[in-house]
Design a protein around this ligand. Structure first.
Ligand code: HEM
Length: 579
């Protein structure tokens, strides 16, 4: 049954026909109420490929272990900083917002497992080995990086027999701003002010900030006064610009709630809250699908695949037979390709758009306090819309391949090595299998890859892997030439398209649907005016100018203009006609 939960709760909850979404995603699908809900498995496009057919990491065709993930990372993905000529850091950062809204692999236990200590005895421990000639080995004598295997449906002992393990997504699978609102009734409750439809904020220096989180492990060990935030998602503090966008979304909720309260003083807290939530989720879906995704995937492709529509009307494409769940291949290989967009330094930018300073990414991971210092919040907001993201390619900033979460140490973790190890942890089928699935020809030899990769890349692969069938999806897919205008090769494009189709068509509350869960047509037209630029304008402290298209760099055809000139959602359309 596809509605079996990781904790063996098989009986679906009773569903009322609520106008609003639940927090955990249950009852979005009325026929199968658990579809897409928190703590249910990712889905797969192709059957799993485990070493033992059940859950152990895969081996190479020859039966030998696959080449070390860290070795692949250092040999294939060096730090060559090539800037994107068109798209801003906002594009990368919104991509991570979409990611965190859709999925979070579930792990239990402490994330300190390395071959050097006893913790490796934990069956979930599968450290990333560092080869002897690696810079981390040579300079600081580090032998491994901690890696915890993802929890699966087999852990709960709810799966019988030899059924292959399926990993658990601990957040709900819908694009519903669970990062702002929480993933269950309990996690949601802690965020509510219970007045005026607002979310809890703390005021400092004339600005609103998320509340302090006393329990999040990333906040432990911080001085009591140091900001460390609570939000709908536990990763809120992970990196500076991610936290910035989370604060923007939180403030936007309260801004909308305050306007709705003025328009409809007779509404109670819950009504204001749910209406504000519905508007913000709609803005998010609109910005993600209509302003951002075409940058990654190309507009024509999105229209052709019915992921977006060229219409001013409703789009009633909800299909209860479409499973909205996040695909394992999407979250753990294809979409992670965009880790290569990450910039190692974040620019602080003045209203004149002069950049006067920058901060190092790895110095501020899990340390959001930097946002509250001086004018950093505004300067970094402008930075997001001014600075280039990096090109989608096979190069990664060493800030994430050598120094990720380094804290006070010389080195930290390696995100690309983690991505490769995770691909194997989840037993994703091989790159060659997905080539075939996505309409490319299966490669019999390495040289058959030449049609989709550069000769240098094919040469490297042939030196690293023994057999072309051994190539990991997250490696092969990330090395393909782009299927232009998409920023990604054919195989990943095919996987990502499938994801974003399911995410919209499998969501009964999709913002463009008319009917009882939707908006009036006039309201929908207002939602379609929302933009990343206006969102940053309205919710930063003192940013006065933004270019109209905030994912696109400033140019003669995209000049900064007064924030007031940018289209805005007219909330008076939400005035109750019959108070
Ligand atoms: C500074 C920016 C970012 C940092 C520091 C970061 C870091 C991470 C880390 C540490 C993980 C967990 C790795 C694991 O244990 O397997 C992860 C997962 C992931 N990242 Fe990123 N990331 C960033 C930006 C992005 C962007 C821009 C995208 C895509 C546009 C992205 C897509 C993903 C996806 C899809 C996952 C898997 C999510 C899941 O299902 O659990 N990330 N990232």
């Amino acid at each position: 049954d596809d509605s079996v939960k990781s904790d063996c709760v098989v009986s679906p909850p009773p569903c009322t026909k609520s106008k609003y979404r639940s927090y955990d995603g249950t009852c979005n699908n009325l026929k199968k109420p658990l579809l897409g809900s928190s703590n249910t498995p990712y889905r797969r496009l192709l059957p799993a490929n485990y070493g033992d057919g059940i859950s152990s990491p895969p081996l190479s065709k020859s039966g030998q272990p696959l080449p070390l993930a860290r070795y692949i990372s250092t040999t294939v993905y060096p730090d060559i900083p090539l800037k994107d000529p068109i798209w801003t850091l906002n594009t990368m950062q919104w991509g991570q917002i979409i990611t965190h809204d859709l999925a979070l692999l579930k792990t239990t236990g402490s994330d300190t497992c390395c071959a050097n200590d006893n913790s490796t005895k934990d069956e979930k421990c599968w450290p990333i080995t560092i080869p002897p000639l690696d810079i981390m080995s040579l300079v600081s004598n580090t032998k491994c990086m901690s890696f915890l295997r993802t929890d699966t449906d087999r852990d709960g002992k709810c799966v019988e027999g030899n059924q292959p393990a399926e990993q658990i997504n601990s957040v709900n699978h819908f694009l519903d701003l669970s990062i702002v609102y929480g993933i269950s009734d309990e996690s949601h409750k802690q965020l509510r002010e219970n007045k005026g439809g607002r979310l809890i904020v703390e005021q400092r220096n004339d600005q609103d900030w998320p509340p302090h989180d006393p329990t999040n492990p990333t906040c432990l060990g911080k001085e009591k006064k140091e900001a460390c935030y609570l939000a709908g998602d536990t990763r809120v503090n992970q990196n500076t610009q991610l936290t910035l966008l989370q604060v923007i979304l939180l403030r936007e909720h309260n801004r909308i709630a305050d306007v709705l309260f003025k328009l409809n003083p007779h509404w109670d807290d819950e009504t204001i809250f749910q209406e504000a939530r519905k508007i913000l989720i709609a803005q998010h879906q609109h910005i993600s699908y209509y302003e951002m995704l075409h940058i990654f995937l190309g507009k024509k492709e999105l229209v052709k695949e019915k992921i977006i529509y060229e219409t001013e009307g409703f789009v009633n494409d909800y299909d209860e037979n479409v499973d909205p769940a996040v695909l394992n291949e999407h979250s753990h290989a294809a979409f992670r390709y965009f880790h290569s967009l990450i910039a190692g330094h974040l620019k602080l930018v003045l209203e004149s758009r002069l950049s006067f300073s920058k901060v190092r990414l790895s110095s501020w991971l899990n340390r959001p306090s930097i946002l509250e210092e001086e004018n950093n919040f505004d300067d970094l907001s402008r930075g997001l819309a001014t600075q280039s993201e990096y090109l989608a390619d096979a190069f990664h900033t060493s800030e994430i391949t050598q120094f990720l979460f380094r804290g006070n140490n010389t080195f930290g973790k390696d995100l690309k090595a983690t991505d490769i190890q995770r691909n194997r942890d989840h037993g994703l089928a091989r790159y060659n299998d997905y080539r075939e699935y996505c309409g490319l020809k299966r490669a019999k030899t390495f040289w058959d890859l030449l049609g989709s990769m550069s000769p240098l890349v094919v040469f490297k692969l042939s030196k690293i892997y023994k057999n072309v069938d051994d190539i990991d999806l997250s490696v092969g897919g990330s090395l393909e030439n782009h299927a232009k205008p998409a920023m990604v090769g054919t195989t990943f494009l095919c996987i990502i398209k499938k994801q974003f189709y399911r995410t919209r068509v499998g969501d009964r509350f999709w913002f463009e649907n008319g009917g009882e869960t939707g908006f009036t047509l006039d309201q929908l037209k207002e939602i379609r005016k929302s933009s990343i630029s206006r969102l940053l304008c309205d919710n930063s402290h003192n940013v006065k100018l933004m270019q109209p298209r905030g994912f696109e760099k400033i140019s003669l055809i995209n000049l900064p203009t007064s924030c007031n000139n940018l289209p805005a959602v007219n909330l008076t359309l939400w005035k109750d006609p019959v108070p």
